[in-house]
Design a binder for this molecule. Structure first.
Ligand SMILES: NC(=O)c1ccc[n+]([C@@H]2O[C@H](COP(=O)([O-])OP(=O)(O)OC[C@H]3O[C@@H](n4cnc5c(N)ncnc54)[C@H](OP(=O)(O)O)[C@@H]3O)[C@@H](O)[C@H]2O)c1
Length: 319
């Protein structure tokens, strides 16, 4: 039987700023409201949006400090106000701006519909790395772009958290995947994850590769980084081609006649997690973890994030 303490350790900020504002705090374990579950965290994801929250980019002006960062992770249910979960269940969760505090903590209280059993093929560490990125990748491929077998898709910025999973979901759907990345290591990484073709994002390679491999034009682009190279990817589309990018990608792409460009947000819900779990199994998903840091070293994880060129995902080991 897990004894829940009154106080827990969490990586939190007292003010907005650089990685150095992130430190370990002792704060109360959150209470549970109706339909919430309490998760003893094992692994929390570290995403670029966490750094933006740390800097105050999403501030409403009404945050209460200390503010615990983290939008997702995995762990074990230790208390539940809803009978769909039992104490001891291994779960993962995505809750952006979670009202009861973020996931860089020993315990997190989350609305039960944003929580799901971890996929069978993953352990807690790997499940904890994918709630946000997995939902974002799958929904981009299936719900926004509606990628079908035989289509040719560019995944731009494919070596990061979302892209490394999107390559695999698109291959599972039967698409041909042209993945852009930077540097020899980035290119090797996306090839290893199943990309049919890896293209250096800098320079003229994208247009030439698209002309050679899809002379009639590319069918769709999933954009995970903004800027000139994203624009060059969109230029390779056939008339009627589609573009999707998750909100947060900056700068947003320019509109073009005859091209449908759709920004979107990942949605966490019961159906969405069921679909993600099925896709993880069916695609035999590999979850690349670039580096894992102890909760105490959350600031170091954010320094690593700021350096860029993370292949896959950074995580915090809470337990
Ligand atoms: N709205 C939502 O629901 C939602 C959810 C998830 C993510 N997002 C957003 O989606 C984006 C991707 O997320 P992520 O977790 O995959 O981020 P990430 O891990 O940082 O991946 C982005 C990738 O883009 C590459 N990149 C950066 N600048 C580039 C450039 N100029 N040319 C080519 N490649 C470039 C990076 O590789 P190198 O550093 O090696 O170049 C990196 O691999 C972020 O903007 C995030 O905020 C939004």
């Amino acid at each position: 039987m897990h004894k829940i303490p009154k106080v827990m350790r969490a990586a939190a900020i007292d003010r907005f700023g650089g990685p150095e504002v992130l430190s370990i705090h002792s704060i109360p374990v959150p209470d549970l409201d109706a339909r919430e579950v309490l998760i003893a965290m094992h692994t929390a994801g570290v995403g670029v949006w966490d750094a933006e929250m740390r800097e105050g980019r999403y501030t409403s002006g009404s945050e209460r400090f200390p503010l615990v960062l983290g939008t997702d992770g995995a762990g074990t249910i230790v208390a539940s106000r809803i009978n769909v979960f039992n104490v001891g269940d291994q779960v993962y969760s995505y809750s952006f701006d979670n009202p009861k505090g973020g996931f860089y903590a020993e315990y997190v209280a989350v609305a039960s519909e944003k929580v799901a059993p971890i996929p069978e093929r993953l352990d807690l560490e790997h499940a904890g790395a994918i709630p946000t990125t997995g939902l974002t990748a799958l929904q981009g491929i299936d719900d926004v772009l509606h990628v079908t077998a035989g289509e040719t898709l560019i995944i731009h910025g494919a070596s990061g958290g979302v892209g490394s999973l999107a390559i695999q979901f698109a291959k599972w759907r039967g698409a041909r995947v042209l993945a852009t990345a930077r540097g020899e290591d980035g290119l090797a990484f996306v090839r290893h994850l199943g990309a049919d073709l890896a293209v250096e994002a800098r320079g003229d390679d994208i247009a030439a590769a698209a002309r050679f491999h899809a002379p009639g034009g590319i069918d769709a682009v999933l954009g995970l980084a903004g800027g000139d190279a994203f624009e060059r990817c969109i230029d390779t589309l056939r008339p009627g081609g589609r573009v999707a990018y998750p909100n947060g990608v900056q700068p947003v792409p320019n509109e073009r006649p005859g091209i449908e460009i759709t920004p979107y947000d990942a949605i966490a819900g019961i159906d969405e997690f069921e679909r993600l779990n099925r896709a993880v199994e069916a695609a035999e998903l590999k979850v690349p973890i670039a580096a894992a840091y102890a909760l105490d070293h959350a600031a170091r994880a954010h320094e690593r994030l700021a350096e860029g060129h993370v292949r896959g995902k950074l995580v915090l080991q809470v337990r």
